[in-house]
Ligand binder design. Structure first.
Ligand SMILES: NC(=O)c1ccc[n+]([C@@H]2O[C@H](COP(=O)([O-])OP(=O)(O)OC[C@H]3O[C@@H](n4cnc5c(N)ncnc54)[C@H](OP(=O)(O)O)[C@@H]3O)[C@@H](O)[C@H]2O)c1
Length: 312
């Protein structure tokens, strides 16, 4: 059994709910909540979301860092964290289901053109547009890992022709898959609603740039639930202004919170959401945190370890 304490450090997540969930799975675990570290030498594992820079580096016996979510870009961007300490991410079926439902809601909203009807209502305008069937509306998902894969399956199950694009070849039943640089252009050309669910890495920063946006058919719609930095916001803004991209639903931004003077706030073809698509639910996700602590203690391979070189 791991003897050390666990440091919980997050300004977003509820320390009371997490402490209770962790203790339910491992009653003997001592949980310390940042900034009350006690003796730093006693802390062997950490569960963190955007820990203050230097906090993790101050723990001399730290053996495992678990990121309180799927996207590890904040941890990998902290140069003070010793590179030899393994970093695990959270990601379970409940988180994937929550994301798939959220993406499905966003896609359905674009497919049934609710943005148009909201704009019409503001003008007391009754105007009927003939709806299309879902099999006529092609959805494409960039990033088809745990979360994007779940979204692809859910959308395919309700009748959309779904394609997915990733770094390496993957097979998902009922979903057409593309990969790598060569697969990107044909993937984009067939996509009317583009969903971004990529992690933010060196390779994916601004991957959705002007070129990618203009390879989509005119009038395409965009949903970004991955990371804001994967989209070149200036290019998106221009594409939304000239109508090449008709509408966007954005849950993530290059700067969060989105600055009050950002043009996205007041555009009637943009829905701004405050990074709410999916979370790690403590009573579910704590089990994976504890499983890794047990594995650490018994020398077994750890689960959900991030490849630091790859960045996800
Ligand atoms: N908005 C929210 O509330 C919220 C919540 C949770 C997570 N997120 C974000 O969602 C992201 C995805 O999570 P996940 O659990 O699905 O991650 P994941 O399982 O690691 O999957 C990542 C996917 O992105 C692809 N990818 C990575 N780098 C690529 C590149 N350079 N070119 C092409 N494809 C690339 C991967 O390709 P391969 O298939 O080849 O590996 C994989 O398909 C997270 O990193 C996080 O940033 C957002």
């Amino acid at each position: 059994m791991a003897g050390g304490a666990l440091l919980f450090s997050s300004k977003l997540d509820d320390p009371v709910a997490w402490s209770a969930a962790l203790k339910a799975a491992m009653p003997e675990l001592e949980v310390r909540v940042s900034p009350e570290l006690g003796d730093p030498a006693e802390i062997e594992t950490a569960l963190v979301w955007k820990a203050p820079p230097g906090e993790l580096a101050s723990l001399p016996n730290l053996k495992l860092i678990t990121n309180l979510g799927a996207g590890v870009d904040p941890i990998l961007a902290d140069p003070t964290i010793p590179p030899q300490i393994p970093v695990a991410r959270l990601g379970d079926a409940v988180m994937a289901q929550m994301m798939a439902q959220f993406v499905t809601m966003c896609v359905l909203r674009h497919y049934r053109d609710l943005g148009r009807y909201v704009r019409q209502q503001r003008k007391s305008r009754w105007h009927y547009e003939l709806p299309r069937a879902s099999y006529q509306c092609r959805v494409g998902i960039m990033g088809i890992g745990l979360l994007g894969g779940a979204a692809a399956r859910m959308l395919a199950a309700i009748g959309f022709p779904v394609a997915g694009w990733g770094r390496s070849p993957r097979t998902i039943e009922g979903v057409e898959t593309f990969h790598g640089a060569a697969g990107l252009a044909p993937f984009l050309a067939r996509t009317e609603i583009l969903v971004c669910l990529l992690p933010l890495t060196r390779e994916t920063r601004h991957i959705v740039d002007r070129d990618v946006l203009y390879r989509l058919p005119r009038g395409a719609k965009l949903v970004n639930c991955g990371r804001g930095g994967t989209v070149d916001e200036a290019a998106l803004l221009a594409a939304l202004q000239d109508g090449h991209v008709a509408e966007a639903t954005l849950d993530v931004f290059e700067i969060e919170p989105l600055p009050a003077d950002h043009p996205f706030w007041t555009m009637d073809n943009v829905l701004v959401l405050p990074h709410i698509a999916s979370i790690a639910v403590p009573e579910i996700a704590a089990r994976d945190v504890i499983e890794n602590i047990r594995r650490l203690a018994t020398g077994q391979p750890l689960l959900n370890i991030v490849d630091r070189g790859r960045g996800y």
